[in-house]
Design a protein around this ligand. Structure first.
Ligand code: AMP
Length: 190
């Protein structure tokens, strides 16, 4: 069935939009960041591995992240499709996702990429730090996460563009503004 990716730098609002799209299509929104945070909170072995990387703003190793995602996608609620938020983030994860989709007979229908100015991102992340208390929303860690997104994850956009599945969207404005733009894209092509 269908898989949709939502990409964007930290603070771009991709998590919020992923949940809205998932509700609309009645499929799960899978956030690798949320799964890691739940494991950290529960003190699982996976959480103990992930924590160190997350707190430093670094990516959790591909092998760990991909094994976790594979297990999640194999669950029955993903049979009709799913939305991915925060995976893939590296070229190795792109290749791993291709394999997973082939094995589970899902088609990559669209990759939505939210574009937001860097100064807006920092403002949003600082605000989120104050309201959500995420331990990776401190200034240094925010800087590192944005840097890593540009270096490691930015090149994925060119890859998906070359496959004809990339849709870039203006991610500025309110949640409702962005949701309306996302809905237009879905009406037009998904
Ligand atoms: P997020 O909530 O998507 O911003 O993710 C929070 C943190 O979880 C990231 O800064 C990474 O440390 C880790 N993480 C989430 N998804 C991935 C991924 N696909 N690959 C590696 N690390 C990830």
């Amino acid at each position: 069935m269908t898989c949709i990716l939502i990409m964007g730098p930290p603070g771009s609002g991709k998590g919020t939009q992923a949940v809205a799209i998932a509700e609309h299509h009645r499929v799960p929104a899978i956030s690798t960041g949320d799964i890691f945070r739940a494991n950290v909170d529960a003190g699982t072995p996976l959480g103990r591995v992930a924590r160190e990387y997350m707190e430093a703003g670094e990516y959790v190793p591909d092998s760990v992240t991909t094994a976790m995602l594979r297990e999640r996608v194999d669950r029955p609620d993903c049979r009709q499709g799913f939305i991915l938020d925060g995976y893939p983030r590296t070229m190795a994860q792109v290749a791993a996702l291709d394999e997973i989709l082939e094995e589970t007979a899902h088609e990559l229908r669209a990759v939505l990429a939210l574009d937001v100015d860097r100064s807006d991102l920092v403002d949003r992340l600082v605000l989120r730090a104050a309201t959500d208390g995420r331990t990776d929303d401190t200034e240094d860690v925010i800087r590192r996460r944005l840097e890593l997104y540009t270096e490691e994850t930015g090149p994925l956009l060119a890859e998906y563009d070359s496959r004809g599945v990339l849709v870039r969207l203006d991610g500025s404005g309110t949640r409702a503004d962005v949701a309306a733009r996302v809905a237009d894209v879905f009406d037009a092509r998904v």
